[in-house]
Write a protein that binds this ligand. Structure first.
Ligand SMILES: NC(=O)c1ccc[n+]([C@@H]2O[C@H](COP(=O)([O-])OP(=O)(O)OC[C@H]3O[C@@H](n4cnc5c(N)ncnc54)[C@H](OP(=O)(O)O)[C@@H]3O)[C@@H](O)[C@H]2O)c1
Length: 442
């Protein structure tokens, strides 16, 4: 090979993702060399606990607990897979200061400290690559930055958290309650030991902040995104939704409507015909709506060591080929001084349908009062169902479930309050939006 180049990689962290990166770089070394002309060598992996063996993925002789060994002359690229935002930030900034290019899968770090890190990298003339930070091995960052660069992106929608998607799928398929499905996700390694950031929607919002910044070319602050998790989703709602032809997903949406950016993470119902309704288990999906390319959807594993390592190693190759530095240096997106923050509009979204469920003691008395409250607010009901056996799993009452025509979300709190005032409810009402694919909404 005429243009063989040797690239030395140092890795911060060698857990689920780090071991899989080591596996790819070591076991697939020759295949990568043949494909890219790059002789990529993992020379070091920094961990906390040297006693834990990572073989066969990463040989013990490459392990150290000394983070300063990533900044020496024998490392060209630092791969950060420690996670979290404190130690990882120090590692990334130290690598940049030492003139190393950085590859990271750390969405929390970029969503919270992206501008500071990008500015440091630009000042040092190096780059930060982060394909695996959103949807792991799905090449969504590359799709936005390269494949769809000719497009004005009008919307992004995504199922971006494999843990939540697994829990929602497993509850419905196996008839499990939320807690049991979460325990399964942890046992199978999809969920973190502390899954709070997964299930409360924060992890999805971190990824949405990164993707929206890239797609809309305007800096999106994570703190500006309205976030709701899946904690309140019950098996009763999933089963009732299925009877109505609906599937529940934790969806990240970024819509550019009339120059205003709407960003939101929350559980929604999708009609079974929606392109993302069939994305189940730990899979992720990302839809990009470009003005020229139209609707492009990527789907597949969005978590796990191997999938994440795929995205990381593709970044290592892009960095080693010199492409990542050119992109990073050229795109004004990463120059914080040139980028205005997006005007993010919280909850006020365009009209959509709603699923609502009321748990009552006395269904015949409650039903006319509930339908009247919607009628008085000018909201038409498409379907009304009552359940007292199957699908409800609760034993604390009977359920009235209804589906509305598209309506303004701003009307819903008053309707629910009115119902609460005139109907004896045994539980708080549940109200979940029903979303159409973006192109059918605009
Ligand atoms: N797991 C996934 O499916 C996935 C998917 C996409 C992105 N990511 C991102 O990838 C990153 C890594 O995730 P992971 O699941 O691989 O995490 P993990 O299994 O917890 O691994 C973290 C690694 O970092 C090391 N570490 C932690 N603190 C350290 C310190 N102070 N000094 C040196 N080493 C330290 C740990 O060492 P010890 O092993 O000695 O404890 C461990 O090897 C995170 O940013 C995560 O968000 C993960």
């Amino acid at each position: 090979m005429s243009d063989l180049r040797t690239i030395y990689v140092g890795m911060a962290g060698c857990g689920t993702v780090g071991c899989a990166v080591g596996d790819l770089l070591i076991r697939d070394h020759d295949a990568l060399l043949a494909r890219t002309g790059l002789d990529i060598r993992l020379v070091r992996a920094v961990v906390r606990d040297l006693g834990r063996s990572r073989a066969p993925h990463v040989p013990d002789e490459l392990l150290t607990d000394d983070l300063s060994r990533l900044t020496g002359d024998d490392v060209d690229i630092v791969v950060e897979v420690i996670g979290g935002t404190s130690v990882a930030k120090g590692v990334v900034l130290a690598a940049i200061a030492a003139g190393k290019d950085v590859v990271t899968a750390n969405k929390a770090l970029l969503a919270l400290h992206g501008p500071e890190i990008y500015a440091a990298a630009r000042a040092a003339g190096v780059c930060v690559a982060f394909e695996a930070s959103c949807a792991a091995g799905l090449p969504v960052i590359g799709a936005i930055q390269r494949g769809m660069v000719a497009n004005r992106i009008n919307a992004i929608e995504g199922i971006l958290n494999g843990t939540c998607n697994y829990i929602l799928s497993e509850m419905l398929e196996a008839g499990k309650c939320f807690a049991d499905a979460l325990a399964d996700a942890q046992r199978l390694g999809y969920a973190e030991a502390d899954p709070t950031l997964d299930i409360d929607g924060t992890d999805t919002a971190h990824k949405l902040a990164i993707l929206a910044t890239l797609a809309f070319g305007t800096y999106v602050e994570f703190a500006g995104i309205a976030v709701e998790g899946i904690e309140r989703i019950s098996l009763t709602d999933l089963l009732a939704g299925r009877e109505l032809g609906l599937t529940c997903k934790l969806l990240a949406v970024g819509w550019m409507i009339d120059g205003v950016l709407l960003l939101r993470v929350r559980p929604v119902f999708l009609a079974d015909t929606h392109p993302m309704a069939g994305v189940n288990g730990a899979d992720n999906a990302v839809s990009l709506y470009g003005h020229a390319a139209g609707h492009v959807m990527l789907t597949g594993p969005g978590a796990g060591g191997a999938s994440t390592a795929s995205g990381i190693v593709s970044d290592v190759v892009e960095v080693a080929l010199g492409n990542a530095r050119r992109t990073f240096g050229q795109l004004p997106l990463f120059e914080p001084k040139m980028v205005k923050s997006a005007t993010v509009v919280p909850p006020a979204a365009p009209d959509c349908g709603f699923y609502a469920r009321f748990t009552v003691h006395d269904r015949p008395t409650a039903l006319p009062k509930i339908t009247a409250a919607f009628g008085e607010a000018g909201i038409k009901l498409v379907k009304v169902r009552s359940f007292d056996g199957d699908p409800p799993t609760a034993t604390d009452g009977e359920h009235i479930v209804l589906l509305t025509n598209p309506a303004s979300e701003s009307k819903m709190p008053a309707v629910l309050k009115r119902i609460d005032g005139c109907v004896e409810l045994t539980d708080a009402p549940i109200c979940i939006p029903v979303l159409e694919p973006f192109e059918r909404r605009s």
